[in-house]
Design a protein around this ligand. Structure first.
Ligand SMILES: [Zn+2]
Length: 312
């Protein structure tokens, strides 16, 4: 999509005290929101996106919630709705999103930020707006007045129950934070079903600049993951100790001239696969050194014990 510089400057200069030139401003395109179900299990109708397009023009937004300085803000000077008929949402609608053009007045302070946007570092956008209608996606009941028995997040006849947002009455703010580049450009649904929960949390953690907010579902998933990691850690520790004690036992037989404790201590930092290899070769060595009789007697004793079971 190409943009007419003269026409855009005209749009931008509606918001400025003195007329700005093309060199004064940095302009870029972003996606504000779409008609997919978002992380709060809410979805805008395509019509609502159209209403929001009109309401968001002229609104300023900030980069990262912590940077509230004038230099870190951008203003939307054009908003429109785009529909991709080749792509269906999880609700079976044609994918529709609210796109916008924004500008920033170039300053020394925002040079780095502009380079970041130019470099393709994708931004996750969040929008604040007032919606006149919030309905249940299953039965259409108004959530704020009548209500219904359907629970958000549960599945009914294979469809995820969520809130449908329509009748936009106001648009307050928008902001964006950097997210890893592989994510889709400027999308609102950072925690969609496409990425496993833990992956999405990791992305949130990696891209966080200051404080970090997790949803209840994310917190539960994270706590479950921590518990399973702790268990895996305890298992690995027990296995390592078993290997070390095995190595120590073999050292006594195979390498009697070496101090067992020192040897085992020296193995302390070795990765598990190396300990396994060492243990196996020491085992072989030990086996070769032990008198053959001892091995035979060990095998011989077994059938005797087994036969006991049949003695009456
Ligand atoms: Zn309902």
């Amino acid at each position: 999509m190409t943009f007419d510089t003269e026409q855009e400057l005209e749009q931008i200069n509606r918001y400025t005290r003195k007329p700005l030139t093309a060199d004064d401003v940095y302009r870029f395109t972003l996606t504000l929101c779409d008609n997919e179900i978002d992380r709060d299990l809410e979805r805008f109708t395509p019509a609502a996106l159209g209403e929001l397009a009109a309401l968001f023009v002229g609104k300023t937004g900030i980069f990262d919630h912590s940077c509230k300085s004038e230099q870190q803000s951008a203003r939307l000077f054009d908003c429109w709705v785009e529909t991709d008929k080749t792509r269906a949402t999880s609700c079976g609608e044609a994918y529709t999103c609210l796109k916008a053009r924004a500008y920033m007045v170039r300053t020394k302070e925002n040079e780095g930020l502009i380079a970041e946007i130019e470099g393709g570092i994708k931004k996750e956008v969040s929008v604040g707006c007032a919606m006149g209608s919030l309905c249940c996606s299953v039965c259409g009941a108004d959530r704020r007045t009548t209500g219904c028995e359907h629970v958000k997040g549960r599945t009914y006849n294979g469809r995820l129950c969520h809130d449908v947002l329509s009748n936009a009455t106001d648009a307050y703010e928008w902001s964006f934070v950097a997210v890893p580049a592989q994510r889709e450009a400027g999308v609102t649904k950072a925690f969609s079903k496409e990425a496993p929960m833990t992956e999405s949390i990791l992305e949130t953690v990696k891209s966080a600049k200051n404080e970090l907010k997790l949803t209840k579902a994310q917190l539960t998933a994270l706590q479950a993951d921590i518990a399973s990691l702790e268990q895996a850690g305890a298992d690995a520790k027990a296995y390592r100790e078993k290997l070390l004690s095995e190595i120590g036992r073999c050292v006594l037989i195979a390498l009697p001239q070496i101090d067992k404790s020192l040897f085992v201590q020296g193995c302390g930092d070795m990765p598990i696969h190396a300990l396994e290899t060492l243990s196996q070769s020491l085992h072989k060595q030990t086996k070769a050194m032990l008198p053959a009789k001892q091995q035979l007697s060990a095998t011989e004793s077994k059938p005797t014990t087994d036969n006991h079971a049949f003695c009456i």
